[in-house]
Design a protein around this ligand. Structure first.
Ligand SMILES: Nc1ncnc2c1ncn2[C@@H]1O[C@H](COP(=O)(O)OP(=O)(O)OP(=O)(O)O)[C@@H](O)[C@H]1O
Length: 462
C-alpha cells in the first residue's frame, strides 16, 4: 500500500482486515485534506472491490450554519461526490445541518466541534458504519500539542489526537496522522483535485489560526524539524498517558469497593500516584476530566478530613467512614427518576460507550477474559427502572434473593440504587452497583464483555 493509503495500519479488534468492513465513512469538509482522504479511500475501495470485496465509502459533511458560504460548500461536496460516483468510485454522500448557535460566552470552536462530532456519530450510526476516517495529519498533531502546551495541559492534552479510538461503538481513525502536510498537498496536485478554502481559517480570533499564521512560519524557519519532532513528542505523551491509565486501573482495583474509594490507602501512595488514581476515578464517576483545582484541593484537604463534601460538576463527593463516594445531586436524581419509568430496548453488542441521554447516563461495554456477559447475549436487552420485587443472584454458589435484600446486605446506599436495571426478557441480568447476576457469567474461553453504568454529569446532559 502506498504511504497515502488511508486504510493502512487500521487494524482494530473488530476490523482486522479493511475488506471485511462493508462501509467506511469519511468526514468530508470539502477542504484540501479531507478531499484527498475521501478520494484516496474511494480509490482504494474500488481497487479492493475489483479484487472481490464489497466496500462502499460514505462521505459525511456537516453544515455548521456559521459561515455565509456554508450552503455553497455543501453543494460543492455533494456535486463532487456525484461526479466521482459517476466516474465509478463507490461513494455515497450524506450531510447534516447543525441547529442553533453557540450560547453567549461559549467558544464557537468548541460548539462547532461538539456539534460536528455528534452529527458525524449519528450519521455513521444511521448508515451502519463503525469506522469513520478523519483527515488530520502530522502538522495538525504538532499544532494540537503546541496549543495544549500553551494552555498548560497535562499529559492527556499533550498526547494530542489518538490515531484511533472507539467511542460509542464507532472507531474514529486518523490514518494520515503520521504524514507530513506536504504529502497530502502532493496527492491533491497529482490527482488535480478541487477543494474549498474556508476563509475563516484566516480569522485571528481563533487560537489555531493565530498559531498557523504567525507562529508556525517563524517556528519552522528556526526549527525546520519542528513538525516531526512535536508529533514525536505527542507519541511519547501518548505512551505516558497509557502508562498512567494502567497504573490508575491497577490502583483502583485495590482501592475501590462498592462503598467507594479507600482514602487511607489512597494517601499511602506517593503523591503523584495518589493524584493519578484520584483523577482517573473522578473521570470515571463524572464522565469527564476532573478540574485540576478540585484535584489539588482534594489532595490538600483529604489527609486532614474525617467527613467532608465537595462539588464536582453536577455531582457531589462525600467522605464518609474513610471512603470517598460520588453521587449525582438530588435534583439531578429526581430528573433521572422521572425519565426512567419506561422500558428502553437496547443493543449493547458494539464495544465502547452507549450514551442514553434520557436515562442521564450510558453503558460502557469492554472486552474481558472472565466474569463477563457472553457476547451473544448483548442484543435485545431492556432497561427498566426498579419497580420492586426484582430477584437477583450475586454469587455463583448463592441463591436467588430479592434485590432489596441484596442491596441491604451489600450496604448500597439508597441513592446508588437508582441506576436502570438491565433485563433479558423477564430476567434481571445486571444491576449497577452490584454487577452481573452470577447465573449469567459467561463460561471460560467464551467471548465476553464487562458492563458498567455511568451517570452523566449535568453539563453533559445539555
Ligand atoms: N464540516 C465538516 N464536515 C465533515 N467533516 C469535517 C468538517 N470539518 C472538519 N471535518 C473533519 O475533521 C478534520 C479536521 O478538521 P479541520 O477543521 O482541521 O479541517 P478543515 O480545515 O475544515 O478541512 P480539511 O482538513 O479537509 O482541509 C477534517 O479533515 C475532516 O475530516
Amino acid at each position: 500500500m502506498s504511504a497515502c493509503s488511508p486504510m493502512a495500519d487500521l487494524a482494530t479488534p473488530r476490523i482486522a482486515d479493511p475488506s471485511e468492513a462493508s462501509l467506511v465513512a469519511v468526514a468530508y469538509s470539502g477542504g484540501r485534506d479531507s478531499t484527498a482522504l475521501l478520494h484516496a479511500t474511494a480509490r482504494q475501495a474500488r481497487a479492493l472491490n475489483d479484487a472481490g470485496a464489497s466496500l462502499q465509502v460514505l462521505a459525511l459533511h456537516v453544515h455548521h450554519g456559521l459561515n455565509t458560504c456554508a450552503d455553497d460548500w455543501l453543494a460543492h461536496c455533494e456535486s463532487q461526490c456525484e461526479t466521482w460516483a459517476q466516474a465509478g468510485l463507490p461513494i455515497r454522500f450524506r450531510s447534516a445541518r447543525l441547529e442553533g448557535r453557540p450560547a453567549a460566552g461559549q467558544s464557537v470552536e468548541a460548539w462547532a466541534r461538539d456539534g460536528r462530532h455528534a452529527a458525524l456519530a449519528a450519521m455513521s450510526a444511521q448508515a451502519g458504519a463503525n469506522l469513520l476516517l478523519l483527515a488530520h495529519h502530522q502538522r495538525d498533531q504538532a499544532e494540537t500539542l503546541l496549543l495544549q502546551g500553551l494552555r498548560g495541559a497535562g499529559v492527556a492534552g499533550l498526547a494530542g489526537m489518538p490515531a484511533q479510538q472507539w467511542r460509542e461503538g464507532l472507531c474514529w481513525a486518523r490514518p494520515w496522522l503520521d504524514l507530513p502536510r506536504e504529502a497530502l498537498e502532493a496527492y491533491v496536485r497529482a490527482h488535480q483535485l478541487t477543494h474549498i478554502d474556508d476563509d475563516s481559517n484566516g480569522d485571528p480570533r481563533f487560537a489555531r489560526n493565530r498559531l498557523r499564521l504567525s507562529v508556525w512560519p517563524a517556528l519552522l524557519e528556526a526549527f525546520p524539524q519542528a513538525e516531526a519532532s512535536l508529533a514525536q513528542a505527542a507519541r511519547w505523551a501518548q505512551q505516558s498517558l497509557a502508562l498512567q491509565q494502567e497504573v490508575a486501573a491497577e490502583d483502583l482495583r485495590r482501592l475501590l469497593s462498592i462503598n467507594g474509594l479507600a482514602v487511607t490507602e489512597l494517601l499511602a501512595l506517593s503523591p503523584a500516584r495518589a493524584s493519578n488514581a484520584l483523577r482517573a476515578w473522578l473521570a470515571l464517576q463524572s464522565g469527564r476530566p476532573a478540574p485540576a483545582s478540585l484535584l489539588q484541593r482534594l489532595m490538600r484537604e483529604l489527609p486532614a478530613c474525617k467527613v467532608g463534601a465537595w462539588c464536582c460538576g453536577a455531582g457531589e463527593l462525600r467522605l464518609y467512614r474513610g471512603r470517598l463516594q460520588w453521587r449525582v445531586r438530588a435534583s439531578e436524581v429526581a430528573a433521572a427518576e422521572a425519565s426512567a419509568l419506561t422500558t428502553t430496548e437496547i443493543d449493547l453488542s458494539a464495544l465502547g460507550y452507549h450514551p442514553l441521554p434520557a436515562w442521564h447516563g450510558g453503558w460502557q461495554v469492554d472486552p474481558v477474559a472472565s466474569g463477563g456477559l457472553a457476547c451473544d447475549r448483548l442484543k435485545n436487552l431492556q432497561m427498566r427502572a426498579r419497580q420492586g420485587g426484582e430477584q437477583f443472584q450475586l454469587k455463583p454458589a448463592g441463591t436467588l434473593r430479592s434485590l432489596k435484600k441484596v442491596y441491604q446486605e451489600q450496604g448500597i446506599p439508597a441513592w446508588q440504587r437508582r441506576g436502570p436495571l438491565l433485563f433479558a426478557g423477564d430476567t434481571l441480568i445486571f444491576v449497577p452497583g452490584l454487577g452481573l447476576d452470577a447465573r449469567f457469567s459467561a463460561a471460560a474461553g467464551e467471548p465476553q464483555v464487562s458492563l458498567a453504568w455511568h451517570e452523566m454529569a449535568g453539563d453533559e446532559r445539555a
